[in-house]
Design a protein around this ligand. Sequence first.
Ligand code: ADP
Ligand code: MG
Length: 294
Amino acid sequence: MNIVVLSRNPHLYSTKRLLEAAEARGHNAQIISHTHCYVVIEKGAPTIFHNNKSLLDIDAVIPRVGASVTYYGSAIIRQFEAQKIYTSLTAAALVRSRDKLRTLQLLSMENIALPKTVFARHPDDIDHVIKQVGGAPLIIKLIEGTQGLGVVLAETKKAAKSVIEAFYGMNANFLVQEFVKEAKGSDIRAFVVGDKVVGAMVRQGKEDEFRSNLHRGGTSKVIKLSDEEEEVAIKAAKALGLNIAGVDMLPSERGPLVIEVNSSPGLEGIEAATGKDIAGEIIHFIEKDIKRKK
Ligand code: ADP
Ligand code: MG
């Protein structure tokens, strides 16, 4: 097959691994930057151009779209969809997963456990909002933040109030969320491909850090998920319409609570922790999925 990895940076570990894994399985693979693509739309003939040449003869696209270009990336993916080219990530699922509120709304509709979360906008509601999530300490998070940036732990009610007021003043969209203290700065990343978990790791934030993101200095190690954790991860990916997903869960007294579902999950941490060829699993899944859809 002719496979395109849509990525802005050919030197990223995940991009390189997907290219390598596709070639190892006998495919022609190339990396194309979505921001170097443009779309021409006219009656009946939607086309994508790259370096002024139209992209033809592509069998599958694997999008790896960064958070800073979600809108542009989703437009390019939608265009591939319009041309009936297989994509491992649909534009709709990408956009859904980038919005933390929309993600939680979808999860809650599917009866998936999550930390209690409030979305509000009126300054008169602040006291009620804080009460709803069980008071301080609590978490305040920007709806489109990533890599742990934009997530605040407010330890006292006073701190919570002033941060919420500041965010209102900036017109920012944010969530107020129950702080899951049992997690103790750790979370579980389950890597879902198709309808199975192909690898899982527990990430632990560095000392004095409640955020476990590897980008914030967290460390990871492989874990064996419980049946419940595995089930929840698969269900969460499905709720968002994702074939390939990094599902983040916080361990709690009431079982795993899903906080986020990533649509371009990084491969470096999970391959290092598990020692598995996750990129190969992705290519294998795409081969099967294309056959199934034909
Ligand atoms: P990002 O998209 O920036 O990674 P997350 O919602 O995943 O945002 O939060 C980043 C990290 O902060 C999580 O991995 C977790 O360690 C911690 N965290 C997030 N929400 C909570 C919460 N409700 N309770 C405790 N820790 C949390
Ligand atoms: Mg996260």
